[in-house]
Write a protein that binds this ligand. Sequence first.
Ligand code: ZN
Length: 198
Amino acid sequence: MEYYSNQISRLIEEFSRLPGIGSKSAGRLAFHVINMPKEQVEALAKTLVEARNNVCYCQQCCTLTDQEICPICKNPDRDQKTIMVVETPRDLAAYEKTGKYYGTYHVLHGAISPMLGIGPGDIRLKELMERLEGDIEEVIIATNSSLEGETTAMYISKLIKPVGIKVSRIASGVPVGGDLEYIDEVTLLRALEGRTLL
Ligand code: ZN
């Protein structure tokens, strides 16, 4: 890309590292940024750096937050004895959008995948087991219905059952391999309400 100045080439290169951004889109974004008012670019850059610096894992549920304990874990109106286990913070957001779930969450940040070499130690399972030493009544496993999600659900239920805590799995009907984030709220609620004991 020698026909662009170095700075523009670098900007395009940085954008093309983002997921889902090909070289064409990266070019479009780069030129868009260059034509933006300077203050807007500065605000964008500042927000990016601040978010990266300040966002951390909630010490209780492991979701992303900018506080030690996230607002959901802190909320006294949430049922702290029910934990819904999800794969990503985006799955958590999908259930929050339904506005009908009043328990707390646990975010695994992934799923077990022997194919990809992701084992139980690579997701936030240890943190979940530690939480179960407290006063917990039910763990709802809401991992995806992909092979990895099902493997993870089975693994977790085997771990928890001996502890004597109720373990349930959201109903299938959530499309196989479907990203929970893109499933409509009615389907999510149906999956939650139709959960079965493991
Ligand atoms: Zn939390």
